[in-house]
Design a protein around this ligand. Structure first.
Ligand code: IPD
Ligand code: CA
Ligand code: CA
Length: 267
C-alpha cells in the first residue's frame, strides 16, 4: 500500500530539494565540462551525476519509503509502486554547449499515475510544478495551456531521439507533415521544457519519439493539470515509457493526430 498525501509541506520540501540541486548546475555553468559518451551522440557530464546524487539523497530524507527511477543510475525503465522519476539534467547536449535550455525533471509516481511533477530551469530561473488535481504553476502563478484552435496558427515543438540514425525516415516524415501544417516547429533540446512550455501556453503542441519516463513524467502532469491533453500519436492514453508522445492544448489535438497519421504525405 502506497497511500500518500500530497500536501503543501511535501510540495515545499520537494521544491527546496530541487532548487538546491539546481545550484550545482549554476555553479558548474562556467567551468569546463567533463563529458563522457553513453552512446554515439548521447552524453553524460559530471554535473548530470552530481545533480542526480544530490537529489537522491535529499528526496530519500523526504520520503524514505520511495524508490528511484533516475536516468544515470537506472538499469530498467519501469517505475515501482511509489517512485521518484528523475532526469537530473534534461538537455545535456545544451549543457555541454552552454545553451541555457536545461532543466531538472522530478516526478513522484504512485500506482500508475504521477502525483507531483517539477521542471526546474536553474539558468533561466523558472520552476514549473504541478500536483494531481491541484493545478499547474510557474513559480506561484497558475498556468494554463493556450487557446489556439488552428494548427496553421500553432507553434509546435519536437525533439530528435538519440536513435536518429535508426529512425531517420520516420522522424523526417513526421517533421515534414508538421512543418507544412503549422506556424513553425522548434527543437530546443529538452523534452521536459517542451512539455512545460505546452503547459504554460508558449507552445501549442509537442511530439516526439523514443523518450524515456524521466524525460516526460513531470511534464505529463504539468500539461494535464494545465488543461491540455497527452496521448500517443493515435490518441491512446500516454504512459511514461510509451514510444510516442503527443502533448497539446487539447484544441489542436485531433488535428495533430490527423497530421501525424496522414499517409499520402509519406515519402
Ligand atoms: C534528451 C532531451 C532531448 C530529446 C532527447 C532526450 P537528455 O534528454 O530531452 O530534447 O530530444 O530525446 O533524450 O539526454 O538531454 O537528458
Ligand atoms: Ca532527458
Ligand atoms: Ca538527462
Amino acid at each position: 500500500m502506497t497511500a500518500i498525501t500530497i500536501d503543501q509541506n511535501l510540495i515545499s520540501q520537494t521544491k527546496e530539494a530541487i532548487l538546491e540541486a539546481g545550484k550545482i548546475i549554476i555553479r558548474n555553468w562556467d567551468k569546463p565540462r567533463q563529458i563522457r559518451h553513453k552512446g554515439r551522440i548521447d552524453l553524460v557530464t559530471d554535473t548530470d551525476l552530481a545533480v542526480e546524487d544530490k537529489l537522491k539523497s535529499s528526496l530519500k530524507d523526504i520520503l524514505p519509503q520511495a524508490t528511484f527511477l533516475a536516468e544515470e543510475s537506472a538499469n530498467q525503465t519501469k517505475p515501482g509502486n511509489l517512485t521518484w522519476i528523475i532526469d537530473p539534467l534534461d538537455g545535456t547536449t545544451n549543457f555541454a554547449h552552454r545553451i541555457p535550455f536545461v532543466a531538472i525533471s522530478v516526478a513522484l509516481w504512485a500506482e500508475n499515475s504521477v502525483l507531483m511533477g517539477f521542471v526546474h530551469l536553474p539558468i533561466l530561473e523558472e520552476m514549473f510544478w504541478a500536483a494531481h488535481n491541484k493545478g499547474a504553476f510557474l513559480k506561484d502563478q497558475k498556468i494554463s495551456v493556450s487557446t489556439t484552435s488552428e494548427l496553421e496558427q500553432s507553434l509546435v515543438a519536437t525533439g530528435f531521439p538519440y536513435s536518429v540514425r535508426e529512425d531517420i525516415d520516420e522522424i523526417m516524415n513526421y517533421l515534414k507533415k508538421v512543418l507544412v501544417s503549422s506556424r513553425g516547429v522548434r527543437r530546443p533540446g529538452s523534452a521536459a521544457i517542451d512539455l512545460a512550455y505546452v503547459a504554460c501556453g508558449r507552445y501549442d503542441a509537442f511530439y516526439e519519439l523514443n523518450l524515456k519516463p524521466w524525460d516526460t513524467a513531470a511534464g505529463l502532469l504539468l500539461v494535464q493539470e494545465a488543461g491540455g491533453k497527452v496521448s500517443t500519436f493515435s490518441g491512446k492514453p500516454y504512459t511514461p515509457g510509451n514510444r510516442q508522445i503527443l502533448a497539446t492544448n487539447g484544441y489542436v489535438h485531433q488535428a495533430m493526430i490527423d497530421i501525424l497519421n496522414f499517409r499520402s504525405c509519406e515519402s
